[in-house]
Write a protein that binds this ligand. Structure first.
Ligand SMILES: C[S@@+](CC[C@H](N)C(=O)[O-])C[C@H]1O[C@@H](n2cnc3c(N)ncnc32)[C@H](O)[C@@H]1O
Length: 381
């Protein structure tokens, strides 16, 4: 039986299809129709014919029996596979031309498939964003996992599933696995190490690709400070653009990863500095060094054995921005970004500094999520 949710999802995402009261008939008609598929004709009844592009029989093989799959579920699988194929078709030419080997290809487009899919060269990561992430059947997880290799032309063993439980503080940055598999991807002129299995994140946040591109073009001869630098990808971009960089992060693992990224890009290590420590303490103690560009991208929340106090980006924004702005050259620019969806800037900051919101210009073309981050430039008034 089709649920009301499935009905809504179906009609929202298959709006172009004819309306009918008889959903079974509708499903039958669509499953037999070649018009529904972007690539080649698919004959589909219980003794389904094979289709090389979408491999739906392969998807269904994972179920106990075909009879147990409602026509609605079948139709939803097709809607998901088609949406994924359509997005992939649309983005792969763009990514190839720009030299981006990592990009986001699906972002919760269909409510019944609450996933994010990101491609990293010949691998894909499927992030499970469902609320009840443990209930795989309910979330169509087997079908989603099976559809990916077929649609993206990626071997099943190169599809990595990430199920993120709510994490707090630095637990989210700690090692998840011991596989130590890493490989590098190209992004424009830069290369970055990624590790899709051993940590909750991959080593490269794709939402900041536009800013990395910007820094790679506009950093010649500048002193660049990267606060909460993670694996140093933004520092690498600025260094490729000709900057001298300082990267500050609490984690020893990510500080080493950042250095590895510099080595990978054959950047002279002598022009660059790494500080493994608490950003807030370093800003308070660092000698009066000033920077032309500062990238300040804190986590929403952080605490750790290595920190006495916890940090919350909204609560601590004034102290953080004030101490970071103290390290900015008079004509320098600080880029402040964070991922707190409901972040509200304190009016006091707007009075003290020249603040311009640049979120829209910093969102990548492959992201649908307009709230993935918020970003502002800060200048002295
Ligand atoms: C969201 S990531 C930053 C992403 C990075 N700016 C990028 O675009 O790749 C958060 C980073 O902050 C670091 N971190 C968390 N609390 C910290 C603190 N108090 N001082 C320094 N680093 C911290 C973590 O180790 C992690 O690498």
């Amino acid at each position: 039986m089709a649920t009301e949710k499935a009905r809504i999802g179906l009609f929202r995402f298959a709006r172009a299809l004819p309306r009918t009261e008889n959903l079974d008939e509708f499903a039958d008609a669509r499953l037999k129709s070649s018009a529904f598929f972007p690539t080649r004709r698919l004959e589909f009844k219980t003794g389904a014919q094979h289709d090389e592009t979408l491999c739906l029989p392969h998807v269904l093989d994972r179920r106990k029996s075909l009879a147990s799959v409602s026509k609605f579920d079948l139709l939803l699988i097709v809607v998901f596979a088609n949406r994924l194929a359509k997005n992939f078709q649309k983005l792969k030419g763009w990514a190839k031309q720009a030299g981006f080997e990592a990009f986001r290809v699906y972002d919760r487009d269909i409510p019944e498939y609450p996933y994010i899919v990101e491609i990293f060269k010949d691998h894909a990561v499927l992030w499970d964003k469902s609320e009840d992430w443990k209930d795989a059947e309910k979330n169509h997880l087997p079908e989603a996992l099976a559809a990916l290799p077929a649609v993206l032309n990626i071997p099943p063993e190169n599809i990595i599933l990430k199920e993120r439980q709510r994490q707090s503080g630095l637990a989210q940055y700690e090692k998840q696995d011991q596989l130590q598999q890493r490989f590098w991807i190209q992004e424009g002129r830069a290369k970055y190490w990624v590790n899709l299995q051993d940590y909750l994140d991959t080593g490269l946040f794709l939402d900041h690709r536009p800013l990395r591109q910007k820094f790679a073009k506009q950093s010649q001869g500048l002193r660049f400070l990267n606060l909460f630098s993670y694996t140093g990808s933004v520092s690498v971009a600025a260094a490729i653009g000709g900057a001298e960089t300082v990267s500050v992060d609490l984690s020893a693992t990510y500080t080493q990863w950042s250095k590895d990224n510099f080595v990978l890009n054959q950047l002279p290590l002598g022009n660059h500095e790494w500080v493994q420590g608490n950003v807030l303490e370093w800003l308070a103690q660092a000698s009066a060094k000033k920077f032309d560009l500062i990238f300040l991208d804190p986590p929403t929340f952080s605490n750790s054995k290595r920190m006495e106090d916890s940090f919350e980006v909204e609560r601590d924004q004034i102290a953080l921005l004030d101490s970071a702005m103290a390290h900015l050259q008079p004509d320098g620019i600080l880029y402040f970004s964070n991922n707190k969806r409901k972040f509200r800037m304190e009016p006091e900051l707007l009075q003290k500094y020249v603040v311009t919101e640049i979120t829209e210009a910093t969102l990548p073309r492959d992201f649908h999520d307009q709230k993935i981050h918020h970003c502002w430039t800060f200048r002295r008034s």
